[in-house]
Design a protein around this ligand. Structure first.
Ligand code: ATP
Ligand code: MG
Length: 508
């Protein structure tokens, strides 16, 4: 009796499964690996594969088809691919590369395909987004109207950034490019901006230094690190900025504000050149393939300020580029300069002279950020910019030892004080209120008689006393960006207080 019942239940279950089973014939295209090595593979027998399609090799390695030929296609491997042999099988997946996105990534260090690199638990993703996505169209965008404060006085005052802008950080090696980006990330610890840092082709130790600096200065939980370091496969390095951009877009599309740092795109272009040559694409200028401009244009175009109808989110991009011997007219730097809305040029000469951050103000520009600059700092910076440019010229002139009149001497003294205010140690971004107070002190000429050697003491005193003695005024500037006459008076009194005792004639 029970046996019968069991048998009947079994038959019913089996029938149910059979009905659900898909018994239609399925077409599986299996290609063949013709050649493999140096992070690329040539594959034949997959005529239906589309550009950028993800392929799976028989050892589980993933590859991306980036060159489609008549009989063969060229594919870049996203991992080592040590198990791939010529003659092995390869299959198209019908999908493109995807990366996990979502708030679960905050505070994490991940590879461009979303594998954790910080030894933590697997990533809890909200969904998997394609790494290549079309940029928002014109109608979906809004003008850049909100400021993005870096906390670096020379940038916030003279080359201001707006949310949704693309600003290139460019300079020779070891001129403080990465440091500038880290300072900007640290400055977002109290803001609503989420930072995504993409490390492309860098040494693992350099990446560790960046992560450590951000962790120590308390901004880690607002950050995501996407790392394709120098020891990763060239394919993974190539994918890194696109994956990081998709992670940032998730926040942009939710109406939040994201800051994407791409460190650096010169290495990215070099990796692409290497892959391209291995895939036998025809080389062009400087041996880069013909589509190297498109490589970065399609990436940076995804930075945008969205209109209110689309959530009002923003994605600001800070790509970094390295120059050789200050040559801004090389192929990749000129491409990037023409794609972005401005550049911050870091000059080795200034760096070696001890002027850090070594921003060359004359050769740096921000084409859209000016409109977003807070009124408090704009009114001061406008006149200071002119003073500074004049000072730099005069200083060169007086190096020849020529006698100068008193007026010129005063201008030079004034310029030197301004230059000293624009210098800033690493990992110490300043709040807007302190920047405004420092610039006010210079603009009013309060510091002109102060010996340069006691300048650090003055800055230290001011940084301590401003939030203590004028908390309301400081808060008002930080929140509204405006400087009322009353607050201005209060700040000047504080400046004079701080100066007293530093230099005998400083407080007149
Ligand atoms: N504002 C600063 N104050 C003091 N030191 C700084 C400052 N900016 C950068 N440095 C120092 O200069 C060195 C080079 O900086 P950084 O690594 O940021 O340069 P980089 O241009 O990114 O170099 P690379 O070409 O290796 O990427 C670092 O040791 C850093 O500590
Ligand atoms: Mg660097």
């Amino acid at each position: 009796m029970t046996l019968d019942r069991d048998a009947a239940a079994f038959i019913a279950r089996a029938r149910g499964r059979l009905e659900k089973a898909d018994l239609h014939p399925r077409l599986r295209q299996v290609g063949r690996v013709e050649e493999v090595g140096d992070g690329v593979a040539h594959v034949s027998g997959l005529p239906k594969t589309r550009l950028d399609e993800l392929l799976r090799f028989d050892d589980g390695t993933l590859g991306l088809a980036i060159r489609i030929g008549e009989t063969e296609l060229g594919c870049i491997l996203l991992s080592e691919g040590a198990g791939i042999r010529a003659g092995g099988a390869v299959e198209g997946t019908g999908d493109i590369a995807r990366v996990p996105v979502g708030p679960g990534l905050l505070g994490r260090v991940v590879s461009p395909i979303g594998a954790p690199l910080d030894g933590g638990a697997p990533i809890e993703a909200e969904r998997n987004d394609p790494v290549e996505r079309p940029a928002p169209g014109i109608v979906e965008r809004e003008l850049v109207t909100e400021p993005l404060l870096t906390g670096i006085t020379v940038i916030d005052a003279m080359i201001p950034l707006g949310r949704g802008q693309r600003q290139l950080i460019i300079g020779d090696r070891k001129t403080g490019k990465t440091t500038l980006a880290i300072d900007t990330i640290i400055n977002q610890r109290d803001s609503d901006v989420i930072c995504i840092y993409a490390a492309i082709g860098q040494k693992a130790s350099t990446v560790a230094r960046v992560v450590d600096a951000v962790r120590r200065h308390g901004a880690m939980e607002r950050c995501v690190f996407v790392v394709g370091s120098a020891d990763a496969s060239p394919g993974a390095q190539w994918l890194t900025p696109y994956a990081a951009c998709s992670i940032a877009e998730y926040f942009r599309d939710r109406g939040q504000h994201a800051l994407l740092i791409l460190d650096d795109l010169t290495k990215h272009a070099i990796t692409y050149r290497q892959l391209s040559l291995l895939l036998r694409n025809p080389p062009g200028r400087e041996a880069y393939p013909g589509d190297v401009f498109y490589l970065h244009a399609r990436l940076l175009e995804r930075a945008a300020k969205l209109s209110d109808a689309n959530g009002g989110g923003s994605l600001t991009a800070l790509p970094i580029a390295e120059t050789q011997a200050g040559n801004l007219t090389a192929f990749i730097p000129t491409n990037l300069i023409s794609i972005t809305d401005g550049q911050v040029y870091l000059e080795p000469k200034l760096f070696y002279e001890g002027q850090k951050p070594a921003v060359n103000v004359g050769m740096s520009v921000s084409r859209v950020g000016g409109k977003t600059q807070a009124k408090a700092i704009k009114s001061l910076a406008d006149s200071l910019k002119l003073d500074y440019a004049q000072f730099l010229e005069l200083e060169v002139f007086t190096r020849f030892g020529s006698m100068v009149d008193e007026r010129t001497e005063k201008k030079i003294a004034h310029g030197r004080r301004l230059r000293s205010i624009l210098a800033q140690p690493e990992y110490a971004p300043l709040p807007l209120s302190l920047q405004v107070t420092l610039l006010l002190a210079v603009a009013e000429g309060c510091l002109d008689d102060l010996p340069l050697s006691v300048m650090p003491d003055f800055r230290k005193r001011l940084a301590e006393r401003l939030p203590q003695e004028l908390p309301r005024a400081a808060q008002a500037i930080d929140e509204t960006g405006a400087l009322s006459e009353e607050v201005r008076g209060q700040l000047l009194t504080l400046i004079r207080d701080c100066l007293s005792g530093l230099a005998p004639e400083a407080d007149d």
